[in-house]
Design a protein around this ligand. Structure first.
Ligand SMILES: Cc1cc2nc3c(=O)[nH]c(=O)nc-3n(C[C@H](O)[C@H](O)[C@H](O)COP(=O)(O)OP(=O)(O)OC[C@H]3O[C@@H](n4cnc5c(N)ncnc54)[C@H](O)[C@@H]3O)c2cc1C
Length: 392
């Protein structure tokens, strides 16, 4: 799981002199979203230059759990996540091991009758949309996950949810983009201009389209964007194969994910293909300090152990943090922006950017090339925040 295990090697480290020539598209940021955009756009024959200041996939992408999950808090979120899951299945099928792919599914845990009612509502929404899921009574729940504490009300199994190792998937997307003719430039964008980018060394790159995919750093380049950082902690254990079988998430997670202020933790446990257990998750506002906070770590562990008491016996190896870029309505910004001529946004993916990266890239490419896509782009357009002072 160590990020440093995926440090750059050629050809991705090479600064190609040709990159400074005009491109059709400049993508700022080689996280999972930027890499997916570079892949989708270069696949359509556009000349793409991708700019990355740090590690490939080393931002929020490396901090994420890699849970590819259908979420249904609103119709737009359901449409984007469900479509993206389909795209992921086709993508990982080419080489599942390289993605560290697992089709473990998600088991949503209902602690009490109220949450069981929420599980039933979720089951109805998902199955109406064509997403297969199964309600579990307590006996079926414990048969699948004996580590869960006694007394839970039941669960909802969404068998089509999967997981990947996000930094690797990012590199696979980027490699494919490079094979399709894209160019990688290892530098920092210091300013976005009309149809151009000012680089850290003072030189300028010109292109018809500029795609901002800089995750939580996007507002450093465009301070008026409606983005707020949400810090998250994750922990990982030593290897305990078979401890759990599914990604386990409490239904109360949804409340935590939607909170607009304050600190919150939610039970979110993932069985990595290595046998390690990834323990999430937390959400904090008003801080961009990447430091691990022992108090938050302890709170997450206590909460997780209240669902799976056996966790107390496991060795924790490491803890880290990441920043999610959150918009006011929880949906990403995908589409043209009035802030600069030729500017497009692919940012604001909060806690779902690994899941929604592939659909984001397809939606963006369809808009740029004036084509139709599998779902409507309207709910994700940056223009929905115009008039609130965010856009010039
Ligand atoms: C704790 C945690 C758990 C998560 N779990 C999941 C999960 O299970 N499933 C899921 O779907 N999502 C999850 N997420 C959310 C997901 O990780 C993010 O939504 C996603 O990684 C965002 O990708 P990105 O490419 O937009 O941003 P990033 O990965 O942050 O990439 C942005 C890139 O832009 C580069 N950059 C920034 N500024 C510049 C500049 N000026 N010039 C050049 N380059 C620049 C950065 O170096 C970085 O590499 C989680 C997030 C966190 C924090």
């Amino acid at each position: 799981m160590s990020i440093s295990a995926h440090r750059d090697s050629s050809p991705m480290t090479a600064i190609n002199a040709k990159a400074k020539a005009d491109a059709d598209v400049i993508v700022i940021g080689a996280g999972i979203v930027g890499a997916a955009c570079a892949d989708a756009l270069s696949a359509r024959g556009l000349r793409v230059t991708i700019i990355e200041a740090q590690e490939i996939g080393g931002g929020a992408t490396a901090a994420g759990m890699g849970h590819l999950v259908v979420m249904d808090d609103n119709p737009a979120e359901l449409a984007l996540t469900a479509w993206s899951l389909q795209l992921w299945k086709a993508f990982v099928a080419e080489q599942p091991d390289r993605h560290e792919y697992s089709n473990c599914g998600t088991l949503w845990i209902a602690a009490d009758e109220e949450e069981l009612a929420a599980a039933r509502g979720k089951a109805h929404t998902l199955s109406t949309y064509g997403v297969a899921c199964t309600l579990l009574d307590p006996a079926a729940l414990y048969a699948r996950e004996p580590q869960l504490r006694p007394g839970l009300a039941g669960g909802l199994l969404v068998g089509g949810d999967t997981l990947v190792y996000p930094p690797k998937s990012t590199r696979i997307l980027l490699e494919r983009a490079l094979h399709q003719g894209a160019t990688l430039l290892r530098t920092s964008a210091s300013q976005i201009e009309d149809h151009g980018v000012l680089l850290a060394d003072g030189s300028r790159l010109r292109a018809t389209h500029i795609v901002l995919a800089a995750g939580s750093h996007s507002s450093e380049l465009l301070p008026d964007l409606p983005l707020q950082a949400k810090k998250g902690h994750l922990l990982i254990t030593d290897r305990y194969p078979g401890f759990i079988q599914h990604q386990l998430v409490e239904l109360g997670y949804i409340k935590s994910a939607h909170a607009a202020s304050g600190d919150s933790v939610a039970f979110n446990l993932q069985p990595r293909p290595t046998g390690q257990i990834l323990i999430g998750s937390s959400r904090q506002f008003d801080t961009v300090d990447p430091a691990v906070e022992p108090a938050m770590m302890a709170r997450m562990l206590r909460h997780a152990a209240s669902f799976t008491p056996g966790l107390r016996e496991l060795n924790i190896l490491r803890c880290w943090t990441g920043l999610r870029a959150a918009t006011p309505d929880g949906l990403p910004l995908i589409g043209p922006s009035h802030l600069r001529r030729g500017l497009w946004l692919a940012t604001g993916h909060e806690g779902l950017g690994i899941t929604t990266s592939l659909a984001t890239a397809r939606l963006l490419a369809a808009q740029m090339l004036n084509e139709s896509a599998a779902i409507s782009a309207t709910p994700y357009l940056p223009s929905r925040f115009e008039g609130a002072g965010q856009h010039a």
